[in-house]
Ligand binder design. Structure first.
Ligand SMILES: [Mg+2]
Length: 407
């Protein structure tokens, strides 16, 4: 018979990470705020009990939980702890997937011959708390879908091993189908007319019906719910098809100069990423999110793959111009490199002149920033964003954490 899969998930990870370095936050209601300090992006169980949710604006949260302690997020620190967990979990299982910043999947094997898997889960959980200060929950089951479901219900600080069909069915009957990640409102609505409300209803439904209602992915979930592992553990991140950088503009942006400054900032971040993965791109897309008016995008191409700022900014300028709509208010932006080419085999076309001087300049810039801190040397256009660069909380974003499968 096939082996078992474990899902490990840190409890209230951002809050727990803050408690690792600020012991006085223990047992207090703590909220972690997003990059512009406007919304709660993570909360402690004490704060959750007061009704504060992920996404609650700070002014509402402060009313619901006036005694709460609110801190700004620091993804750099969270990644330090995330890698520490990754290292420890790796000592328990070589086949390990870095799924998200605080979640891992791995093959569950007894640590000692004859040990019960429930004991294995408890041992790993306790070891991680001792070594990192982070409380985690572990679920062990026959498939990754089941392992994740059972660890979610085991929170906080749980260690559950669900190894038999009877035990699975007993728990699945109590879980609404929306507990499965990816089965949100719309998909659940499609299932409801067929009387499929709990995870067990879905597992017991006809596989062909599930495929018709939820496509191939839904059918895979159905198989996994029935204990058939079809979603493997992916120890390596699949190769990138697209690399992107972007996010909220930290408020409303009407001035095209400021919009361009954001674009340049994202291109500089994207170049770090291209260099890290040793890829270049021929295609750069810029997408702008407008206040209450959706998104628009523009794309431009270069004849040869590049990771150089002067060339990428030429592409970005043309793409932003295509995406730009006069008179609208921008709130978000994404800059994406599609059409990635691996490091070896770059070839200049007949019309390209190699430019060793500009390549050197890029290397020096990267070296200085590596040594003295991100954005120490940056394009002058980004001077239009003084507040963004003044606040060290903005130096590092969640998507700067490398290697995880899921963002
Ligand atoms: Mg978590």
């Amino acid at each position: 018979m096939a082996g078992f899969i474990a899902h490990l998930d840190a409890d209230a990870f951002y809050v727990s990470a803050e408690r690792v370095r600020h012991a006085d936050l223990a047992n207090k209601p703590v909220g972690v705020l997003g990059n512009n300090g406007a919304c709660v992006i993570a909360k402690s169980y004490e704060m959750k009990a007061k009704g504060v949710k992920t996404g609650t604006p700070i002014w509402d949260a402060a009313k619901m939980c006036p005694e709460g302690v609110y801190v700004k997020r620091d993804f750099y620190w969270y990644e330090v702890l995330s890698r520490k967990m990754l290292g420890i979990v790796g000592t328990f299982s070589p086949k390990l997937e870095y799924y998200s910043i605080d979640e891992f999947f791995f093959h569950a094997e007894p640590l000692r011959h004859g040990q019960q898997l429930a004991t294995t889960a408890t041992t790993i959980r306790d070891h991680i708390l001792e070594a990192t200060g982070l409380p985690v929950t572990i679920g062990i089951a026959r498939t990754r879908t089941l392992a994740k479901l059972f660890s979610d219900t085991g929170k906080p600080f749980g260690a559950v091993a669900v190894l038999t069909r009877d035990h699975e069915r007993e728990l699945l009957a109590k879980m609404p189908v929306t507990e499965i990640s990816g089965i949100g409102g719309k998909r659940a609505d499609r299932l409801a007319p067929y009387g499929i409300r709990t995870c067990l209803d879905l597992a017991d439904a006809d596989g062909r019906l599930v495929k018709r209602l939820l496509t191939k992915t839904g059918h895979e979930i159905w198989m996994e719910l029935n204990g058939e592992p079809v979603m493997p553990i992916r120890p390596e991140r699949p190769p990138h098809q697209v690399l992107g950088r972007g996010g909220s503009l930290m408020g409303n942006v009407e001035d095209p100069k400021v919009l361009w400054a954001w674009c340049v900032r994202h291109v500089e971040r994207l170049i770090e990423e291209l260099r890290y993965h040793n890829v270049r791109t021929t295609t750069l897309a810029v997408e702008v999110g407008w206040k209450d008016q959706g998104w628009t995008g523009g794309t431009s191409n270069s004849p040869t793959p590049t990771d150089r700022i002067d060339e990428l900014l030429d592409l970005a300028r043309a793409s932003l111009r295509r995406a730009y709509v006069t008179g609208r208010t921008a709130t978000h932006m994404q800059v994406k490199a599609t059409e990635l080419r691996r490091g070896k085999g770059f070839q200049l076309s007949l019309f390209d002149k190699p430019d060793p001087k500009k390549d050197k300049l890029a290397t020096v810039k990267a070296a200085i920033n590596e040594k003295y801190g991100r954005f120490k040397v940056r394009t002058a256009t980004t001077l239009y964003l003084p507040a963004v660069y003044r606040d060290p909380a903005n130096e590092y974003d969640i998507c700067d954490v490398r290697g995880k499968v899921c963002f």
